[in-house]
Ligand binder design. Structure first.
Ligand code: HEC
Length: 275
């Protein structure tokens, strides 16, 4: 009995046949690619299709690109013209009016969110207590509004929403940083701040120990000035004329009384003509 040679060298014979297979495979794949691409190119080149910004005989207006349907709203951008998004109500004469209503219930969560966002975005100028003497003002910015003066105390809550949405005089808008929900939360927190700074003994539940700020300052070894009203530093600027050469915009003075916003309603969209 003789053993077959291939049984003694299985490894060698296996690599030999694999090489042959690879060569044969490569040849047929190359051929197939040649045939396929030649055919494809012809079909794709000559099929009817639309070129952007070029005419077309397919539509009556001969435009290749289709115009947008008037009034189209992108997905997720459908902001109904409601109080929640605009901060104003429309009166019988079609005028926009601010209102003292919150569009959703004010819970502790809402106030905490408002406090967080106020401290991040507003306190730099208005200070954490909202008296308008923030760090930026101390270093030479226009005095930011004091939320505890008679004018600001009398403003309806949606005025704050409106100022955050559109900016006000030297103050930039915060629409991009704060979505409507957060702008309302900040407005509610400003109201809470106003209440906190104008609180009287009557607002405190009976039996609660009342401590004057001066006592706290003494206990904490803080200077007596800690409990005194904050003074505007001499570095704070007042209404500045625009400096064209430096590119600084003029700063509009804050109004003594808030302007009543009376912008007529937008005209309805013109009726669309369809061919
Ligand atoms: C870069 C500084 C700055 C920041 C930050 C800032 N403000 Fe102001 N704000 C001002 C200045 C300055 C004024 C006064 C505007 C003027 O007189 O031109 C003002 C005025 C206001 C007023 C008064 C408007 C009126 O009717 O008189 C409100 C309300 C207000 N800011 C709210 C906010 C809120 C809320 C934020 C945070 C989201 C904020 N501000 C962030 C600088 C700032």
């Amino acid at each position: 009995m003789r053993a077959r040679p291939s049984a003694f060298s299985p490894h060698l014979s296996a690599t030999g046949s694999a090489r042959r297979l690879v060569l044969r495979g490569a040849a047929s794949a190359g051929l197939a690619a040649l045939v396929l691409t030649a055919g494809c190119r012809q079909d794709m080149q000559h099929q009817p299709k639309m070129f952007p910004q070029r005419g077309s005989s397919m539509f009556p207006d001969h435009r290749g690109a289709r115009p947008q349907v008037p009034g189209t709203v992108a997905r997720g951008e459908f902001h109904e013209d409601s109080y929640f998004y605009t901060g104003y109500v429309v009166d019988a004469q079609g005028h926009r009016e601010e209102s003292n209503l919150m569009p959703f219930p004010v819970t502790m969560t809402v106030l905490k969110r408002g406090q967080e966002e106020f401290n991040v975005y507003c306190s730099a100028c208005h200070s954490r207590v909202g008296n308008g003497v923030g760090m930026i003002v101390k270093r030479g910015y226009k005095p930011a509004a004091n939320f505890h003066d008679a004018v600001r105390m009398a403003e309806p809550v949606s005025h704050y929403f409106y100022v955050m949405t559109h900016g006000y005089g030297a103050m930039p808008d915060y629409r991009a940083q704060l979505p409507p929900q957060d702008r309302w939360a900040v407005a509610a927190y400003i109201r809470a701040l106003q209440l906190s700074q104008a609180a009287t003994v009557k607002d405190v539940p009976p039996g609660t120990r009342i401590q004057h700020l001066k006592e706290i300052a003494a206990e904490e070894h803080l200077p007596a000035s800690f409990a005194e009203p904050w003074a505007l530093p001499a570095t704070a600027v007042n209404a500045m004329p625009p400096v064209g050469s430096e590119g600084t915009p003029g700063m509009a003075p804050a109004h003594a009384a808030p302007p009543k916003i009376t912008i007529p309603l937008k005209k309805p969209l013109p009726a669309t003509t369809q061919k």
